[in-house]
Design a protein around this ligand. Structure first.
Ligand code: PLP
Length: 422
């Protein structure tokens, strides 16, 4: 083993769902002859209309005199100016904001943006105080688990559960009786819509969190990777919430451009400047080709249009297929609860009092050719023991309708056996 620094050792570990992905890849490789229904993917599907949009924008870029400027030259750390302007114009018009270019930063994917942010605002201050990175509602995005250079700075809070027993549905809510944002907090971070649960915090819940943070002059990062206006993967009404202490963070990955790595931060100039300097030190700037085609798709309105007419209905329909299949297949007397499908590209299933662990259930499901993700990896920052962490599963909506239906039938059988065996 190479001699590594503390940070080297920490960053070279696979965290969260990446560790499980390794097991999944090995399973798929080892079972070459076996047909698996793989509902583990975090990768969005390639939708033909969306691919065509990016192809058309690329053709337009190739034909324009701007091409050389885009790919043959370095640019500013803040981002490619036409993209920054396109976002400012679009958001000012759409949401009645007053953004200037200084309020916007483009990063190579939003994962990178969270790395800059949590390490700028969370961790040790020069005087040795530990500033916490607060996740107000756990479970949340597994990727938050690997980005803090001071891991103990990450603190997550257990939610409360709204349970509809008769309908076999539930929904997480922030537990405001526990959530603590104080002078020890460095920043607040959550995804809305949420990966893995599909939860959408209400506008009021978001405003309440922002208000709790307001006295401390710290940013509330709202990870809007699935939010409107693009990719608009919300199946319930939601309005992006802006405010003086909110850093609104977006990604083009779920709008068909994950390979190009485009993340966007919108917020107060003083924070954008910090993140921009961090980016200049780490990697100068994002790749400009992705930014240039994004500028074209935003300015023409095509990206918003295709988000609403293609991307959202596609995944919303997958969720209905999953919901219907589970309802038909699951025995009524089992305590199964599906999280309300309010957005994103996943379903989140809770098997209350499951007699085996989520990991064991995942292994048993593999035996019948179905792969989903055990839920315990989606609680970064929540150290305390909580049985619920081992009773949940993330099911990706990226299968075909038939695959989803078959997988839910097999899952129902495995669940029935597991409860019976208790
Ligand atoms: N945030 C959430 C909630 C995600 O689901 C993902 C990717 O799956 C990311 C951030 C990171 O996306 P990217 O770095 O591609 O923008």
């Amino acid at each position: 083993n190479p001699a590594l620094t503390q940070i080297g050792a920490q960053m070279s570990k696979l965290t969260g769902v990446r560790a499980i992905m390794k097991d999944i890849i090995e399973t798929l490789r080892a079972g070459a002859g076996q047909q698996f229904i793989n509902l583990s993917a975090g990768n969005p599907l390639i939708l033909p209309e969306v691919e065509q949009l990016w192809r058309d924008c690329t053709a337009q870029l190739l034909a324009s005199p701007e091409y050389g400027e885009v790919v043959c030259r370095y640019g500013s750390s803040q981002g490619y100016t036409p993209l920054v302007e396109a976002i400012a114009n679009d958001f000012n018009k759409r949401y009645g904001l007053n953004l200037s270019e200084r309020n916007i930063l483009i990063t190579p994917g939003s994962q990178t943006l969270y790395f800059y942010a949590v390490n700028s605002f969370g961790g040790y201050t020069p005087s040795g105080e530990l500033k916490q990175i607060v996740l107000p509602l756990s479970p949340d995005y597994t990727g938050y688990g690997g980005i803090c250079l001071v891991p103990k700075a990450l603190i997550a809070y257990k939610p409360t559960l709204d349970i509809d027993e008769a309908a076999h549905r539930f929904k997480y809510r922030p537990d405001f009786s526990q959530l603590s944002i104080t002078e020890d907090t460095g920043c607040v971070l959550f995804s809305r819509p949420c990966n893995p649960t599909g939860n959408v915090l209400t506008d009021d819940e978001v405003k309440k969190i922002a208000a709790l943070a307001a006295p401390y002059n710290l940013p509330v990062l709202i990870d809007s990777a699935y939010a409107p206006p693009f990719p608009a993967l919300n199946f319930t009404e939601m309005t992006p919430v802006f405010g003086d202490n909110i850093l609104h963070c977006m990604s083009l990955s779920k709008a068909g451009l994950p390979g190009e790595r485009v993340g966007i931060a919108i917020g107060d100039e003083k924070w954008i400047e910090v993140l921009e300097c961090f980016q200049a030190n780490i990697g100068l700037h994002s790749s400009r080709y992705g930014q240039a085609i994004a500028a074209l798709a935003i300015n023409s309105g095509a990206l918003v249009e295709i988000s609403h007419t293609v991307i959202r209905p596609f995944y919303q329909n997958k969720f209905s297929v999953l919901e219907t299949s589970l309802e038909q297949a699951m025995p009524k007397d089992l305590p199964w609860f599906l999280h309300r499908g309010e957005g994103a590209i996943f379903a989140w299933l809770w098997l209350e009092d499951l007699p085996i662990s989520d990991w064991e259930f995942y292994q048993q499901l593999k035996q019948v050719g179905v792969i989903i993700v055990p839920g315990s990896t989606f609680f970064p920052g929540l150290e305390e023991e909580w049985a619920h962490k081992h009773q949940c599963f993330r099911i990706s909506l990226t299968g075909t309708d038939e695959e989803i239906a078959t997988a839910m039938q097999r899952l129902a059988k495995v669940a029935e056996e597991a409860y019976k065996g208790a």
